[in-house]
Design a protein around this ligand. Structure first.
Ligand code: ARG
Length: 463
């Protein structure tokens, strides 16, 4: 990137001294806002079309501007564009280049517009495209989850509360819990997109413009759902970016919780899953290690996304109306949030369907932790005991099991009958893990039949 000042800044008219070299770099944003070049050019083309439509530009002027902008886009894509720090930002770089290429007509593009409404429009267009890309990747991950859930509909694992074995659940059911979280994340993003896709253009610097502009025309050209109602608000608020960051932080929080489980489950202490060699890394000193770096990094990256949300909220909190240069600071947190989220979703969407599930280890863990104790209590209630008494009876049976290192299902009928004489042979139907999960056979329950039904419904919801 060059610092040459031969290419004039468009605002030097009222200045008598050149900008301090450090200040020039300090106030510039072109280093990071150039990634919005496609949106900036699309916005300028739509603006030029609108200006010609209302008679502010001639058709020849419009066509010269559009042709020039399209050439500039190609130039940028080829990596041949002469980006200049002296020209401060993406917008002034492109405008200066347009004039270099097509002459004085280039100087007419900015009629009835300001960088204030231009940048707000660019960010919204950029974010709209990225929300769509994120939702696509999210959907791919959800589809992978459904595959795993269906395949593992009958796989039994311990369900936890307080990370202590609680009741048996099916692994498919556990995966569907993750699906539901992601489904809400998807809805949040789609809802946020409605407020992102509103056009600020026409607000100009802050007060609107005296040219006879047709904002509806420009909005249609750019695929906006509507136009911002108030010019002061249009150029100044970044609540749509904050809202997106909040949705992103929640999504990352979900991925982080999931990561925590994957890290635990892939340890040799749990041994529930194997993430596959291509998603793990080794240790440079301990030859036996296969580390779950991917979920660990996703868990770690949640911190920076949460941080960006706070950065944007803080950026906004003390700004008077309307535009302030503070808002230039919205881009790096927003862009990093987008990049981080997309990367995390991609790696998860690739990794999850490849994960190997150790069904035996899960089953064994569920068998060990007295996970059917509640089923025994429910059984006693069915036989007429009040629930509190049943709870007490089972507590005693569990204590006996702990003392003799046996699960309830490993005790004989005689032994169980010592705790309550209502117990008969059919108790073993509920003490098995299969009996326990199959009994929870209602919408939202863990029974294999319900998992399959939930997967089928989920597929419908994804369409
Ligand atoms: N680079 C600026 C930004 O990102 C563009 C708008 C600048 N407007 C101004 N009046 N200085 O916000």
């Amino acid at each position: 990137m060059s610092n040459e000042t031969t290419r004039e800044k468009p605002w030097t008219g009222r200045f008598t001294e050149p900008t301090d070299a450090f200040v020039e770099a300090f106030t510039a944003s072109v280093q990071f806002d150039q990634r919005m070049y496609r949106q900036d050019i699309a916005g300028s083309i739509a603006h030029a079309r609108m200006l010609a439509h209302v008679g502010v530009l001639t058709e020849q002027e419009r066509d010269a501007i559009i042709g020039g902008l399209e050439e500039i886009r190609t130039e940028i894509e080829r990596g041949e564009f002469p980006w200049s720090i002296a020209l401060e930002d993406l917008h002034m770089n492109i405008e200066a280049r347009l004039t270099e290429r097509i002459g004085v007509t280039g100087k007419k593009l900015h009629t009835g517009r300001s960088r204030n409404d231009q940048v707000a429009t660019d960010i919204r267009l950029y974010l709209r495209d990225e929300v769509d890309a994120i939702c696509t990747e999210l959907r791919r991950l959800q589809q992978g989850l459904l595959e795993v859930a269906e395949r593992e509909a009958e796989t039994i694992m311990p369900g936890f509360t307080h990370l202590q074995t609680a009741q048996p659940v099916t692994f498919g059911h556990h995966m569907m819990a993750w699906f539901e979280m992601l489904q809400r994340d998807d809805q949040r993003l789609r809802d946020c997109r409605k407020r992102v896709n509103i056009m600020p253009l026409g607000a100009a610097a802050l007060a609107g413009t005296s040219y006879p502009i047709d904002r509806e025309f420009t909005a249609r050209e750019l695929g906006f759902d509507g136009i911002a109602e108030n010019s002061l608000d249009a150029v100044s608020d970044r609540d749509f970016a904050i809202e997106f960051s909040a949705a992103a932080a929640l999504l990352m929080t979900h991925l982080s919780r999931w990561s925590e489980e994957l890290v635990l489950w892939s340890s040799s202490q749990f041994d529930f899953i194997d993430l596959g060699d291509s998603f793990c890394t080794g240790s440079s000193i301990m030859p036996q290690k296969k580390n779950p770096d991917v979920p660990e990094l996703v868990r770690g990256k949640t911190g920076r996304v949460n941080g960006h949300l706070i950065a944007l909220l803080t950026l906004m909190k003390a700004q008077p109306l309307a535009y302030n240069k503070d808002n230039q600071e919205d881009k790096e947190p927003l862009f990093d949030t987008i990049d981080t989220l997309k990367g995390c979703l991609k790696v998860y969407a690739d990794m999850i369907p490849n994960m190997r599930v150790n069904r035996d280890a899960m089953y064994e863990a569920a068998r060990r932790g007295f996970s059917t104790a509640t089923d025994l209590a429910d059984y006693l209630v069915c036989k007429g005991l009040p629930f509190r008494d049943a709870h007490e009876v089972v507590g005693k049976a569990v204590r006996a099991g702990v003392e003799s290192s046996r699960d309830l299902s490993e005790m004989g009928l005689d032994e169980l009958q010592q705790f309550s004489n209502v117990i008969t042979e059919d108790v073993f139907d509920v003490l098995t893990l299969e009996g326990s999960v199959s009994a929870r056979n209602h919408t939202g329950g863990t029974a294999p039949e319900q998992v399959r039904a939930a997967v089928a419904r989920a597929r419908e919801r994804l369409i």
